[in-house]
Design a protein around this ligand. Sequence first.
Ligand SMILES: Cc1cc2nc3c(=O)[nH]c(=O)nc-3n(C[C@H](O)[C@H](O)[C@H](O)COP(=O)(O)OP(=O)(O)OC[C@H]3O[C@@H](n4cnc5c(N)ncnc54)[C@H](O)[C@@H]3O)c2cc1C
Length: 391
Amino acid sequence: MDRANILIIGGGVVGCAVARAVSQRWSDVFLVDQMPKLGMGASTRNSGVIHSGIYYPPGSLKAQLCVAGNRMLYEFCAAHNVPHRNCGKLVVAHGAGQEAALEHLAENGRANGVAGLRLVDRAAVHAREPHIAATEALLVPSTGIVSAEDLVKTLARIATDQGASLLPRARVVRLEPREDSIAVTLAEGSASGGPPSPGEISTGETVEETTKETIEARCVINCAGLYADEIAAMLGNHNYRIYPVRGEYCELVRAKSYLVNNLVYPLPHADGLSLGMHLTRTLWGTVLVGPTADYVSEKNDYERNRLPIEEFVRRAKPMLPELEAADLQLAYSGIRAKLVPPGHGGFADFVIARDTRATRAIQLVGIESPGLTSSLAIAERVVSLAAEILD
Ligand SMILES: Cc1cc2nc3c(=O)[nH]c(=O)nc-3n(C[C@H](O)[C@H](O)[C@H](O)COP(=O)(O)OP(=O)(O)OC[C@H]3O[C@@H](n4cnc5c(N)ncnc54)[C@H](O)[C@@H]3O)c2cc1C
């Protein structure tokens, strides 16, 4: 049986950021992921936006870790040549009611310590984004975009260089707390076969599990994203339930990508479900329209009953009046790990805490947006919790 100081479950951006941070301080660090490659979950199926931190209630973990993570991410990307761009964004309003909401958003952002927020008029919007309709907008200079795939790869490479062992195709199937460790049983492969490409329906077939091995870890860190509730339950902790919320994207056809220069957002959904379907110019010059936000019943249901293109047009047209159905093609989708059940609405914060019963475990649950932005700040917090267990 292998022995580890730390075993991290999940090799998305959060698990990889944690692996990098803990392997600076401790030896015998393992990271396992059920997929054939790291970062195949939400971490590479998102908008790639480096959020500023304007949306979240002051004092919440989301607010603190997003604002800190934004700064850390720019520094990290610059130091390690991860493709990114600090392009800023506009949150647009149409009419007096929405302008008042924009002012509230600006106040909330300032309370969270977001610098440089400024309300701008129609002419200023037109100068930045000539095809966007708005009566007023909030200019958010600290927002940007990052190549999430390169970020995951870079974090994983640094962790490996620091001596961590990163093991793809290793699925955690059992966790057994012992006196001074947790025994982690691994099987080969994933339960679902993994996310499909756009248009391809996941079969949900179970990959045959052949090999099984056990690693005994002094500290286990649950970074399993959509499956974090199931990992917590393996330790007897049934406090969490993750509700999958799918976000679908379309992409502007190349000939129409001139319609959007940077990032343009509507006001967020009043029920807190999402930031609203936005326009994102990627690092590669393509323009994403999305994501939508709909509860789905399966955690691997990426493609069934996709919204028709006409629905994307209907929702994006108030911001981009020139948009027509022929300008769009379907793109990928991602699934959010929501802690708020359907029909409830409201805010749920990140959970980042030691398990109260299995005290050698650290639970990270509900790490939805802004998890990509916050990943480095989340990792710093996890290091403090791991130190309580290991030092
Ligand atoms: C549509 C969408 C748009 C978003 N946009 C943004 C954005 O613009 N900016 C931003 O900051 N955030 C955004 N987010 C949020 C961000 O993508 C997530 O917060 C972040 O990727 C979470 O990373 P993670 O490592 O926790 O999860 P994941 O990337 O899902 O990683 C979890 C990993 O755990 C593995 N795993 C699960 N169970 C097991 C098991 N039993 N054994 C072994 N491995 C297991 C999975 O294979 C997976 O690789 C968005 C999310 C979505 C869905």
